[in-house]
Design a protein around this ligand. Structure first.
Ligand code: NIG
Ligand code: FE
Length: 406
């Protein structure tokens, strides 16, 4: 058995438990001073303070803050090309949907993704994963959704599967064939919805290459009724629902999320009161993406109202080439405090335990407790407030995945 001791921890800050925390509990964080963590074969065996046990290998935290590894619960990791050309259009007043309706946006990334080989997509995504790891992310969700054709959606999911096998970051795959109705189906959207439900989903299930089914429920994208059909078809094939809802217009996506008892609803920038109530009732986690609001120049989701209503709040990057070319969870942490007005404790729960719960991994990661994976970040920081308040630096000093420095 390989034992690793992380010792000389100034403060160990972690939520506790194996399920999402909401309301007051979201802000309950254990803060152990002068702590140590013993990891056996990649799994946390013991956590304590004061005199530490012996171990084959020791990692000195230097009296710094240690937290669980960060969980990025929402990314569009696999894509061809970038879209820096849209910056100028936006600066001249074009909206996200203007660009999308003019053939830019998701469709242009789809064209680039269809033209890329599996190897090219993997090499590009691997570079992003390396960078994420350096910023403290140790578990990451990744969606398909830039293939928008059976062959290319499956290609994206295979890239996620292969990267998961070879990269230290653990990946969790989501099928998002319903990201946009692609250009060739514009006049026949019904046929595209049928393709997603009757051709893509059965193959995703057969190949066992995704756990969740996500839909972009938005004006000019998929209606509430189309989203319902697709997510119900996903459920039939064993994929739990996620839903991009209320990102630009509140057309009813958050209400649908609660009705379907979706594991999470994403964005929720303009989420109305009845959407929050529906999610609270359905046990849906609000997966908020503040770096997207920042990049779109949009308002920020009503995170405090969600906490007050008892909806567990998670936060993620939404890393993608359009609405959020940012993969840095530390920036998300900053925005969680500065824009959502969440406390540092609520923010830590949002990017660890609640994020893990949003991808059904709260039994394995998201807290520093016996039985969970030995995924830790040693910060160049004395306490939790410090990482929330410092902006623009990479404060992750050492990242540990399954007990190994990565
Ligand atoms: O979450 N909203 C839909 N999907 C992404 C954006 C994708 C893109 O612009 O390429 C998002 O914001
Ligand atoms: Fe997204």
């Amino acid at each position: 058995m390989k034992t690793v001791l992380v010792q000389n921890i100034g403060v160990l800050a972690t939520a506790q438990g194996k399920s999402a925390h909401s309301g007051e509990k979201q802000g309950e964080i254990a803060q152990l001073k002068d702590a140590w963590v013993l990891i056996e074969d990649g799994v946390i065996a013991k956590v304590g303070t004061g005199a530490a046990p012996e171990a084959a290998e020791t990692i000195d935290a230097g009296g710094n803050l240690v937290t669980p590894g960060l969980v990025d619960a929402h990314t569009h990791l696999i894509f061809g090309g970038w879209r820096q050309n849209e910056l100028g259009l936006k600066l001249h007043g074009a909206s996200y949907l203007d660009i999308q309706n003019a053939g830019g946006g998701i469709q242009s990334t789809t064209n680039a993704t269809r033209g890329a080989s599996e190897e090219e997509l993997a090499a590009k995504a691997e570079k992003a994963l390396d960078e994420m790891l350096r910023f403290g992310t140790t578990t990451c969700e990744a969606k398909s959704g830039y293939g928008l054709a059976t062959e290319h959606e499956l290609k994206e999911l295979r890239v996620i599967r292969d990267l998961n096998a070879r990269h230290p970051i653990d990946l969790v795959a989501t099928f998002m064939g319903a990201h946009l109705v692609p250009a060739e189906y514009k006049e026949n959207r019904e046929e595209y919805v049928r393709l997603v439900c009757e051709e893509m989903l059965p193959l995703v299930k057969e190949q066992g290459i995704a756990e969740f089914c996500d839909v972009f429920c938005e004006a000019d994208t998929f209606t509430v009724e189309e989203s319902r059909r697709i997510l119900e078809a996903g459920l039939k094939y064993g994929l739990r629902p996620k839903i991009h809802a209320d990102e630009i217009e509140a057309i009813g996506g958050s209400r649908l999320a609660g009705e379907l008892r979706a594991i999470s609803a994403e964005h929720l920038i303009v989420c109305p009161k009845e959407g929050i109530e529906s999610m609270a009732k359905g046990g849906t986690i609000a997966c908020l993406l503040p770096a997207t609001s920042f990049n779109l120049g949009a308002v920020f989701a009503p995170a405090r109202d969600m906490v007050s209503a008892g909806v567990p709040v998670a936060m993620a990057t939404d890393f993608n080439p359009g609405s959020c070319p940012c993969l840095n969870m530390q920036f998300v942490i900053n925005l969680g405090c500065l824009k959502y007005k969440l406390t540092p404790e609520e923010v830590l729960t949002a990017v660890t335990l609640n994020a893990a719960a949003a991808i059904d991994r709260a039994d394995k990661v998201g807290t520093v407790e016996p039985g969970k994976l030995g995924d830790l970040v040693i910060w160049d920081a004395p306490d939790l407030d410090y990482i929330c308040y410092r902006v623009g630096s990479n404060l992750a000093r050492t990242v540990i995945k399954k007990g190994a420095v990565v």
